[in-house]
Design a protein around this ligand. Sequence first.
Ligand code: NAG
Ligand code: NAG
Ligand code: CA
Length: 374
Amino acid sequence: MVRFRLFATCALVLATGSPVSSRATSRQAAPWKSTVIGSFAEPWALAFLPNNRILVTEKRGNLRIIDPATKATGQVTGVPTVRYGGQGGFADIALHPNYAENNLVYVSYAEPGTGNQGGAAVARAKLVLNANGGGALQDLKVIWRHTQMYSETGQYGQRLLFDADNSTLWISSGERQRFDPAQDMKSNLGKIIRLKDDGTVPEGNPFNTSGGATAQIWASGVRNPLGIDFDAEGRLWEIEMGPQGGDELNIIEKGANYGWPIVSEGRHYDGRTIPKHSARPEFAAPKVAWVPVISPAGMIIYKGDLFPNWKGNALITALGAQGIVRVEITGTTAREAQRIPMGRRMRCIRQTADGALWVLEDGAGGRLLKLTPS
Ligand SMILES: *[C@@H]1O[C@H](CO)[C@@H](O)[C@H](O)[C@H]1NC(C)=O
Ligand SMILES: *[C@@H]1O[C@H](CO)[C@@H](O)[C@H](O)[C@H]1NC(C)=O
Ligand SMILES: [Ca+2]
C-alpha cells in the first residue's frame, strides 16, 4: 500500500529519455521581500476577491477572508462538510472569471462517503459578503465528484483552474493511491478533467462519445496532480507528485495519456521498479522529472511584471524541498533554474495582476506571505 510521502530519500534513477533534475540548482538568498499577511490553520489555497481581500481555505473545513491592508480576518459560513485526515480536507478555491457579476466561487474538497470512504468533490456556490469582513456560501451545489470513493486518505489532487474563455473549468484529479483508476477510462480518477462552469461536459472533449465520466476526461494517466496553469501561449502545464522519485512537470495535450502507473521516472514505495516513459513512447513523457523528489503542491506560470526575469517561468511550491522551485520554460521545453529555500513546506502560490506573489506555508500556523522584489 502506498503511504503518502513524508520525506523522500531515494535512489537516483538513471534518466533515459526525459530530462531528470537530480540535484538542487543554485541555492542563494531569497530574491524578494517577504511580508507576513496572516497565519492560518493548515491553509491549502487562496483566491483574490475584487475588493483586495483574500479568501483562504483551511484544511479542516474553514473558509476565511483576510484584508491584507488591516490584517483583519472574517469567517465564511456554509462551507461543505469535509473528510479531514491524511492529505484530505478542504482544498482549492477559485472565483468564477465573471465573479464581479455572478458572485460564484468554486471549492474542491475531500468529501465523506459511507463506511469511512471518501473522494474528491467540487462545489459551486454564491459568496455573499457581510459587513463583518466575512460572509456565507449560499446555494452550494456539488458539480463534480470522483466516480469511486476509497478509505485511503491521500492523492485527491483537486486543483481548480478557469480557462481564458471564462466558462471552462479544469480540475486536476488524483488517483487516490489506487494506481489503476488512472488508466481506467470509465473512472475520473487520475485524470485532467475539463468541464463547463456548471459541471456539464463542454464541446470538444476527446472522449465525449462514450458519455458518463469518460466524457469529462481531457487527459489520463496522472498520479497526484497538485498544480495546473496555462502559459502565455495557452499551453496547459501540470505538476504532479510521483511515487518514490519521479515528480513530473507535463504539458497537458488533448487526449494524451501520461502513463501512470505503467511508466514513471520513479519507483514504487515498496521498492519495485517501474519502466521509464522512454520504454513506452505511446505515453507522453514529462518535460522535467525530479529524482529525488521535490513534492510539488502548487504551481503558477508567472505572468507579472514585478519579477521581469521570471515571466513565463513555472513557480512551484514544494513541500519536501521546502521552498519554491523555479523552472524556465522555453516553448515546449523546460528546465529547473533555481531553488529558493523558505525553510517551510510550501503549499500554494498565486499571483495578483500587479505581479506580486502570494504563497501559503503548509501545516499548523501556516503563514500567508506576500513576495515583492527586495
Ligand atoms: C472574461 O471575463 C473578464 C472579466 O469579466 C473580461 O475582462 C474578459 O474580457 C472576459 N473574456 C472573455 C473571453 O469573455
Ligand atoms: C458529443 O458528441 C456528439 C456527437 O459528435 C455531439 O453531438 C455532442 O454535442 C457532443 N457533446 C458534448 C457535450 O460535447
Ligand atoms: Ca507520467
